[in-house]
Design a protein. Structure first.
Ligand code: MN
Length: 730
C-alpha cells in the first residue's frame, strides 16, 4: 500500500463511523506531519509517515475516536522528533490538539526501569494521571500497539525492553480501561519477543491441529445453539481458541504441556437479560458436566474495571474441556471496548441501568450528554487519580502522594528521619520552597542536615498528607513535652473562658473523672500535652466538657420519656398490574385493580387474602403473610376481603425464595442447575452472608403455580449444604 492509499483508507474508516468528521483538518494534519517527517525513515526503511498514519488508523478502527484524536495521532511525533513546536501545532490546528500531542510526547519521555510490582502499579497510575485528557493515553496505547506490530526491525535488546514495558505497563492499562482486544494483541506481541521459543511452540501446535480444533468449535457451537433454540432463549453463541499469551500463562502457572491445558477453547453466549444469563448457565450444565471449582459469577461480583460475565468450565462429550462465558450484550460491549462502550451507551440513552457501578467513567462522561458523534470522547478529562500525585525520587522510584502534596509530604513519605532533618528541597534540580506544590512526573530531592532544628509548627499546616502531619506531631510530642503542656494549658484556659466556664468546674473532684472520660485522657496534663502538639484541640475539649457539665446538672431532674405505641403498618404498595389477566377473583367486587404484594409474592394455589389499599386497588397477600395477620387488622377490618384464584391464571408469577446454606464452592452452580432442571426462569440472584457464617441466597424467579413451587423447593432442599428453603414474607 502506498502512503496515499493508506491515507485514503484512514478517511474511509473514519467516514464509516463519523461522517461529520472534519476531513479538511485531518487532511491538513496528514500533510503537515508528512512535511515535518520528510526524509526520516523507520527502522524498516519505510518513510516515517507510515507510523503516524498507522497509529491514526488504530485510533479510528479500534477506538472510533473524534477528529481531534485522529489529527493528534497523525501529529503525535512531530513535537518530539521534528523541529515543530507546541506553538506551531496550536497555531496551525488548535491548542487542544497541541496539548494532546504534547501529552503523548510527555509519556514517551518517561523512563521506565524494571522494578517490583508496586512500582509498576504506581507507574501505570502515573501515566494515566499525566494524561489529563483520556485521549492522550488512548493515542499512546495505539502508538505502542503499532510499534509492537513492527518490532521485528528493532535490535534484540530494544525488543526485549519494549516488550517488557508493554507487558507490564500498557497491557494492564488497556485492561484497566476495559479494552480487551488491544490488551490481547499487546500481550501476544510482547510474548513473541520475551519468550520466542514458548511463543513459537504454541503457535505451531495450534496450527498443526487447526482442522481438528475448528471442527470441535463448530460441533459444540451447534449443540449449544440447538438446545437454546429449543428453549426459545434468544441468544448468540460462538467459540474461539484462546489467545496465545493466555494459553502460555496457563502452561506456565500450572506447569503443564499444551495438551494438558484446560479450556483451550472458549465459547461465548450473548443474551438480552441478566436473568437469561443464569438460565443459559443452567442449560450448559445440563448438556455438559461442569468441572468443580471453575464457576465464577462476575455478574454478582463484577471486576474492578466493570467486567461482568458468568464463567464456567465444562467437559465436552469427547473429553475436551472448554470454558463458557455468558453475558448480556451490554456487558459484552463494555468488556470489548471499555471506556468507549460506556460512552456509546450513554449517548444512545440506553443501558444506563448499571447506575453507580462505573462511578469514575460516569464522572468522566457527565458533561457529555447530548453531544453529537463529533464530540466523541471529546475533552474527557482523566480524573481517575485526581486526588493523587506521582513523583520520582532521584533514583527513579515512584512515590504516590495526595494531590497538592509538598516537599514536606515527600520527605516524610521517604522516612520520618528525612523529614525531621530536612533543610531544603529541589524539584527537577531547582531549589524550591517547602510549600511548593508537586506535579506528576517531578523529580524531587530532599536536602538534609544532621544539625537541622527539626520541623516547625507551620509545617503541619503546609503538609497535605495525614502521614506527614502525624509524623510531625509525633516529633513535637516527644521532643517538646514541657513546652506542649504549657502551650496546651494556656489555650485550654483561654477557650474555657470563652465558653463562660471556670477552671473550678473542671477540677471539681466530683466532675473531673466524668470530664476526662469524655475527652478520653487519663489526666489533665496528658490532655494539655496533646493540645500542645496538635493531637487534640482546645475547642473540642471545651465543647465536650461543656456538654458533660450540662448533663451532670440536669441529671437530677431527668424525666422518663413516654413513647407513643406504634401504629399498625400498612402493607407496602407494589406495582399495579392489569386486573383481567391476574386470575384473581375478588369477592363482591368486579373489575377492580388487583396487584400482588411484594412482601410475600403469592402464586396460584397459595391461600390468599385481599386488602383495599388507598389508591392502588386490592393488594393480594398470602394468608400466612405477617402483614395480613389478625393483630395487624385491628381498626381496619373492613378493608380486608376474601379473594380466591380463578381458573384463568397467568402463565407465570414472579416470586421469591430464600435459600439458607453453608457457603461452599459451586453452591450457586448447583442451585442454577436445580432451577434449570425444573424449567424455572430466574430474573435475579443475590447472595449475602449472615453474621453466623451462613449464606442467604435470594432467588427471584417466575413460577406457574404452587405445584411447581413445591417441586423447586424440594430440589433446592436436596442440595448438599442447604439448611432451609423458605418463601420470604412480611
Ligand atoms: Mn510514535
Amino acid at each position: 500500500m502506498t502512503v496515499q492509499e493508506q491515507y485514503e483508507l484512514l478517511e474511509k474508516t473514519v467516514r464509516a463511523y463519523n461522517p461529520a468528521a472534519d476531513f479538511d483538518h485531518i487532511r491538513e494534519a496528514f500533510a503537515y506531519a508528512d512535511r515535518c517527517h520528510q526524509g526520516q525513515k523507520r527502522k524498516s526503511g519505510e518513510p516515517y509517515i507510515i507510523h503516524p498514519l498507522a497509529v491514526a488508523q488504530i485510533v479510528a478502527e479500534e477506538l472510533k475516536l473524534d477528529s481531534e484524536s485522529i489529527e493528534a495521532a497523525l501529529l503525535h511525533d512531530v513535537i518530539e522528533d521534528t523541529p515543530a513546536t507546541h506553538e506551531d501545532v496550536a497555531r496551525m490546528f488548535s491548542p487542544t490538539i497541541a496539548d494532546l500531542v504534547e501529552g503523548v510526547s510527555k509519556l514517551t519521555r518517561i523512563q521506565y526501569a524494571t522494578k517490583e510490582d508496586e512500582q509498576m502499579e504506581n507507574l501505570r497510575k502515573m501515566l494515566i494521571a499525566m494524561s489529563k485528557d483520556i485521549r492522550v493515553i488512548l493515542i499512546k496505547v495505539s502508538d505502542r500497539l503499532h510499534n509492537m506490530r513492527t518490532m521485528e526491525y528493532q535490535s534484540p535488546e530494544k525488543q526485549k525492553q519494549k516488550s517488557l514495558e508493554t507487558m507490564e505497563i500498557y497491557a494492564p492499562i488497556s485492561h484497566r480501561l476495559g479494552m480487551q482486544r488491544i490488551k490481547w494483541e499487546l500481550e501476544d506481541l510482547s510474548l513473541k519477543y520475551l519468550d520466542p521459543v514458548g511463543y513459537e511452540e504454541i503457535i505451531s501446535r495450534l496450527d498443526a491441529k487447526k482442522t481438528e480444533y475448528d471442527a470441535f468449535l463448530l460441533r459444540t457451537q451447534t449443540q449449544i445453539d440447538d438446545r437454546l433454540n429449543e428453549l426459545a432463549i434468544k441468544h448468540m453463541v460462538y467459540g474461539r481458541i484462546k489467545h496465545p499469551y493466555s494459553i502460555y500463562r496457563k502452561m506456565f502457572n500450572q506447569q503443564k504441556s499444551l495438551d494438558e491445558i484446560f479450556d483451550l477453547f472458549a465459547f461465548r453466549v450473548l443474551v438480552d437479560t441478566m436473568g437469561d444469563c443464569y438460565n443459559v448457565l443452567g442449560v450448559i450444565h445440563d448438556i455438559y458436566k461442569p468441572i468443580p471449582g471453575r464457576f465464577k459469577d462476575y455478574i454478582g461480583t463484577e471486576k474492578p474495571n466493570g467486567y461482568q460475565s458468568l464463567h464456567t468450565t465444562v467437559m465436552g462429550p469427547d473429553g475436551l474441556p472448554f470454558e463458557v462465558q455468558i453475558r448480556t450484550w451490554k456487558m459484552h460491549e463494555i468488556a470489548e471496548y471499555g471506556v468507549a462502550a460506556h460512552w456509546k451507551y450513554k449517548q444512545h440513552g440506553q443501558g444506563a441501568g448499571t447506575e453507580g457501578k462505573y462511578e469514575w467513567v460516569r464522572r468522566l462522561l457527565e458533561n457529555q450528554e447530548g453531544a453529537d458523534a463529533e464530540e466523541y470522547i471529546h475533552s474527557l478529562k482523566v480524573d481517575m487519580f485526581a486526588d493523587e500525585v506521582f513523583v520520582f525520587t532521584p533514583n527513579g522510584d515512584v512515590q504516590n502522594l495526595p494531590a497538592g502534596a509538598t516537599p514536606i509530604d515527600f520527605a516524610y513519605a521517604i522516612h520520618s528521619a528525612v523529614g525531621n532533618r530536612m533543610v531544603g528541597a529541589k524539584v527537577n534540580n531547582r531549589i524550591v520552597t517547602f510549600d511548593h506544590i508537586l506535579k506528576n512526573g517531578d523529580i524531587v530531592e530532599i536536602m538534609t542536615s544532621k544539625s537541622a532544628k527539626g520541623p516547625s509548627r507551620d509545617w503541619m499546616k503546609i503538609a497535605k498528607s495525614s502521614e506527614a502531619r502525624s509524623k510531625i506531631r509525633q516529633w513535637f510530642k516527644k521532643e517538646k513535652r514541657e513546652e506542649n503542656i504549657a502551650n496546651g494549658r494556656s489555650s485550654f484556659e483561654q477557650e474555657l473562658k470563652h465558653a463562660g466556664l471556670v477552671m473550678k468546674d473542671v477540677t471539681d473532684p466530683e466532675n473531673l473523672p466524668h470530664l476526662l472520660k469524655k475527652v478520653s485522657y487519663g489526666t489533665l496534663e496528658e490532655m494539655y500535652a496533646a493540645i500542645g502538639y496538635g493531637g487534640f484541640t482546645a475547642q473540642k475539649a471545651v465543647s465536650r466538657m461543656k456538654g458533660e457539665l450540662l448533663r451532670i446538672s440536669r441529671q437530677h431532674q431527668a424525666e422518663e420519656l413516654t413513647l407513643k405505641p406504634e401504629e399498625p403498618p400498612i402493607p407496602v404498595p407494589s406495582r399495579p398490574v392489569s386486573k383481567s389477566e391476574q386470575g384473581i377473583i375478588v369477592e363482591g367486587l368486579d373489575n377492580c385493580l388487583v396487584k400482588f404484594s411484594r412482601c410475600c409474592t403469592p402464586v396460584p394455589g397459595d391461600e390468599i387474602v385481599g386488602f383495599i389499599t388507598r389508591g392502588y386497588g386490592v393488594s393480594v397477600h398470602r394468608a400466612d403473610c405477617p402483614n395480613a395477620a389478625p393483630e395487624r387488622r385491628t381498626g381496619q377490618e373492613g378493608r380486608w376481603l376474601k379473594v380466591t384464584w380463578g381458573s384463568d391464571t397467568n402463565e407465570s408469577y414472579p416470586t421469591t425464595i430464600d435459600v439458607v446454606c453453608k457457603d461452599r464452592m459451586n453452591l450457586i452452580l448447583d442451585i442454577s442447575t436445580a432451577l434449570s432442571s425444573t424449567n424455572t426462569f430466574v430474573s435475579g440472584l443475590n447472595s449475602r452472608s449472615t453474621e453466623d457464617g451462613f449464606a442467604v441466597i435470594r432467588l427471584e424467579i417466575r413460577v406457574r403455580d404452587g405445584a411447581q413451587m413445591k417441586a423447586i423447593m424440594n430440589k433446592l432442599n436436596q442440595i448438599s449444604g442447604v439448611l432451609r428453603v423458605t418463601r420470604p414474607a412480611g
